[in-house]
Design a protein around this ligand. Structure first.
Ligand code: FAD
Length: 332
């Protein structure tokens, strides 16, 4: 999901603004990747529905909408009947609904394939499967990396973009670390064997208390996701699958007819304040951070790329809220 408005939190204003800015850049970003590679990152602009099942959820939804009204974010309250006109796959017993027209989705796997090809065509050398064993520090600066197979790669700048593993890399002085932790998310990939493009089960992203359904537009759906603090565990659990399917089927019963293609757990890279760490380390010259994107790394991809390009070229400023040095003294 590219969902800065749905995910907005009053206490995370800088992050929300960064998300909105990145969402604004997404269409150009997707177009540039398509032109450069012929791979479509799957941007879908059908908007997002947020739906509530009962009175408590409806009251919570109204509080969230009021918050967005105060922040002048675009939302549209819908009667349950209006939500069902937009998405006939929703249950008749809905209590409340809202549309977030600007929140969209993309296909992160297609995005990664496109980025790999675009980078290679631009002259980037990718060493697939190469594990960085440690950051090499020479004198008082980061000077490259040492791989697990013993190879050394020297560099004027080293960018750490190792997701949830970013806090584990060897070789860094303690004061130069960013505390990133893994936040597990279990999700399911479903496929409609009878997909009719004229009458899909869902057209829009549907979000609700405890999960979401993202249509890919070709009969495939992503059903996500749990949020669990379980270290680097990526096992799928019976409870996780049960809760995902139970909550989603209460709202979109037709999804129980779908084929289960894949069950997969991933790790979101979280920082103590949920905001990413972007830019130069003041503790170790030559070290640059691009990590901690937590729930929004796909949304934030274009703005992160642009900001980091500016930092590396020496002409970019990063908002203080994302300064990697704000965590000085916090243990990884
Ligand atoms: C279930 C789930 C749902 C999500 N939904 C959304 C969403 O709807 N919208 C959104 O915007 N974001 C979403 N996210 C978050 C998004 O996936 C992350 O923010 C994003 O993947 C972070 O990107 P990254 O490149 O920093 O880290 P990653 O994608 O984790 O990539 C880090 C890479 O570094 C590699 N690596 C680690 N250590 C080393 C090493 N020592 N040497 C070499 N390579 C190394 C890893 O193998 C990995 O390939 C979701 C995440 C999960 C788990």
């Amino acid at each position: 999901m590219l969902a800065p408005v749905s995910e907005a939190d009053a206490g995370e204003r800088a992050l929300m603004l960064l998300g909105i800015e990145s969402a604004r850049r997404w269409r150009t970003f997707a177009g540039e990747l398509l032109d450069a590679t012929g791979i479509d990152p799957g941007l879908r602009e059908h908007g997002t529905l947020i739906v509530a099942r009962d009175g408590d959820e409806a009251a919570a939804l109204e509080r969230e909408l009021a918050l967005r009204d105060r922040m002048s974010l675009e939302t549209r309250r819908l009667l349950p009947s209006e939500a069902r006109e937009l998405e006939p796959g929703l249950v008749p017993s809905l209590r409340a609904a809202a549309e977030i027209p600007g929140d969209r989705c993309a296909d992160p796997r297609a995005l990664c394939q496109a980025l790999v090809l675009a980078a290679e065509r631009a002259g980037v050398v990718l060493l697939e499967g190469a594990e960085v064993f440690r950051i090499v520090v020479e004198g008082d600066r980061a000077a490259g990396v040492e791989l697990a197979d013993g190879r050394r790669i020297t560099a004027g700048d080293v960018v750490i973009a190792a997701g949830a593993w970013s806090g584990l890399l060897d070789g860094l002085p303690e004061g130069a670390r960013v505390p990133v932790r893994p936040v597990k998310g279990q999700s399911l990939r479903l496929r409609d064997p009878d997909h009719d493009p004229a009458q899909p089960l869902l057209e829009r992203v549907v979000r609700y208390e405890g999960g979401y359904l993202v249509p890919r537009g070709d009969g495939r759906y992503v059903l996500g996701a749990t949020v669990e603090e379980r270290g680097f565990d990526t096992t799928m659990t019976a409870l996780g699958v049960y809760e995902l399917l139970r909550d989603a089927a209460e709202l979109v019963p037709g999804l129980l007819e779908l084929e289960l293609e894949e069950a997969i757990a991933g790790l979101r890279p979280g920082t103590p304040d949920n905001a990413p760490a972007l830019g130069r380390s003041s503790a170790l010259p030559g070290l640059v951070w691009a990590t901690g994107h937590y729930r929004n790394g796909i949304l934030l991809a274009p703005v992160t790329g642009d900001l980091l390009a500016g930092v590396l070229a020496g002409d970019g400023d990063i908002p203080a809220a994302f300064d990697p040095n704000r965590f000085a003294g916090v243990r990884a």
